[in-house]
Write a protein that binds this ligand. Structure first.
Ligand code: HAM
Length: 417
């Protein structure tokens, strides 16, 4: 075993899988840019305080943060998510609202690694700051849905809930706490510990023994103000109008504390239940203010790239694209011709690779076969003397032929699918 390997929960993404990651982001960008979202690229590191504003009742902040003091004495954290960073950027730059942005990149959480759960993982996401319109909630939810469709996923389901206004939520949490306290002994030890920190998160428990107690708990809908109920009804109606199927799940509380009103999660059909949230989001109307900005409405989602690709593999969709090379140059005359030819072909807009180290014809052809190229372009001493090349198709049974070197670019362009 080599001395150095990736740390637990961190992975190398190698070709051809890495090309699929880039394609994933390209598809996402095309879906959201078509709806007016611009990309924001923010630092991997922020002051620890930025993420502490997410709330101190969430594991992401209290247990899973990668934080350290830098050489300048600043307490820094590797970002565990991007919503807080985007809100920090909004407060810092004061862009015009509604500010519609998208992002892609790595996040860091010190979690217990397992399939679909890593310590470095990637997300794509969108955030909109400065608008309260329920139609915007519908737009945001629909864009995530549309993206999964664009990948070809068919087994994703959408769960929807509203946590009401902050006051509604606070009254609900108090009622929940009373209820769970009166059943404390019947809850699992883990849920008893959760109850001490955040009664709402007990609803999130996937432990079998807790299910019955949770089923008897007060429901959030009983605590909605008129405004919160109207907002949620408008979101549901909007989704119905554009034909996006959803299930209302009033135990959906999500892992982060900043949510108010609409929350939602996209679930995959194939992963274990603890990892089957492919993405999620909601409204976080107080976050900008807590970072020192003006009262500002906010809504967005983040979708996990790693988990979504696992779901794609499980559903057999969005496969890694095979390498695309128009030509592989095999030069048995020393290698200088391969250098000239690949340079010419690439300058003409073709994709071309070559063999190195002047190896035997047989050895070079083996590399050509492995390369995925459509055609091997062979130069031996005869070809060189006659200013010709031999072209040998590698992906079909067409025979090889020798053609004038000046016609090669045309030949390769015509051979493209
Ligand atoms: P989140 O639910 O913490 O939300 O993460 C969103 C998605 O990131 C998850 O559904 C999952 O697919 C992926 N994810 C999270 N943790 C891991 C992990 N350890 N390994 C692999 N994938 C993971 C947020 O991050 C919020 N910022 C979403 C949001 C945006 N809310 C409003 N705007």
């Amino acid at each position: 075993m080599p001395e150095f390997q990736t740390s637990p929960g961190m992975r190398d993404i190698l070709p051809p899988e890495s090309a699929r990651w880039r394609q994933f982001v390209t598809v996402f960008a095309s879906v959201v840019e078509a709806a007016g979202y611009g990309q924001v690229i923010s630092p991997l590191l922020e002051d620890l305080g930025v993420f502490q504003r997410i709330g101190d009742a969430t594991d992401v902040v209290t247990k899973e943060m990668y934080d350290f003091v830098d050489k300048g004495g600043r307490h820094i954290a590797l970002r565990p998510e991007l919503t807080a960073s985007v809100c920090r950027a909004f407060v810092q730059h004061r862009p015009l609202t509604p500010w519609k942005v998208w992002y892609a990149g790595s996040q860091f959480r010190y979690e217990k690694p397992q399939r679909g759960r890593y310590r470095q993982f990637d997300q794509v996401g969108i955030e909109v700051l400065g608008a309260d319109d329920p139609n915007l909630d519908v737009e945001v939810i629909a864009l995530g849905w549309e993206f999964y469709r664009a990948l070809g996923l068919r087994r994703v389901t959408l769960r929807l809930n509203s946590l009401g206004e902050p006051d509604d939520r606070a009254r609900y949490v108090a009622a929940l706490r009373d209820y769970f306290e009166s059943h404390r002994e019947e809850l699992s030890t883990d849920s008893q510990a959760t109850l001490d920190k955040n009664a709402l998160r007990v609803l999130d428990s996937k432990r079998a023994g807790d299910a019955e107690i949770i089923a008897g708990a007060p429901r959030i809908a009983e605590f909605y103000s008129d405004a919160a109920a109207a907002h949620f009804a408008a979101v549901c109606a909007g989704l119905e109008t554009i034909g996006i199927p959803f299930t209302i799940d009033d135990t959906l509380v999500r892992g982060l504390d900043y949510y108010r009103h609409t929350t939602f999660e996209y679930q995959g059909g194939t992963l274990d239940s603890a990892q089957n949230a492919l993405g999620g989001g909601g409204r976080y109307d107080g976050l900008v203010e807590s970072l020192g900005g003006p009262p500002t409405h906010g809504i967005g989602f983040a979708l996990g790239l790693d988990r979504t690709l696992i779901a794609c593999d499980d559903e057999g969709v969005f496969p890694p694209a095979p390498p695309v090379l128009d030509a592989f140059v095999v030069d048995t005359t020393g290698g200088a011709e391969a250098l000239r030819l690949t340079t010419e072909l690439r300058a003409a807009g073709l994709t071309a690779d070559r063999a190195y180290e002047n190896r035997s014809m047989k050895a070079q052809m083996r590399v050509a076969d492995r390369s995925g190229a459509a055609i091997a372009v062979i130069i031996g001493s005869n070809e060189l003397a006659e200013d010709a090349v031999t072209v040998r198709p590698l992906r079909n049974d067409d025979g090889q032929q020798t053609i004038a070197r000046s016609t090669l670019i045309d030949y390769l362009k015509k051979a493209r699918p």
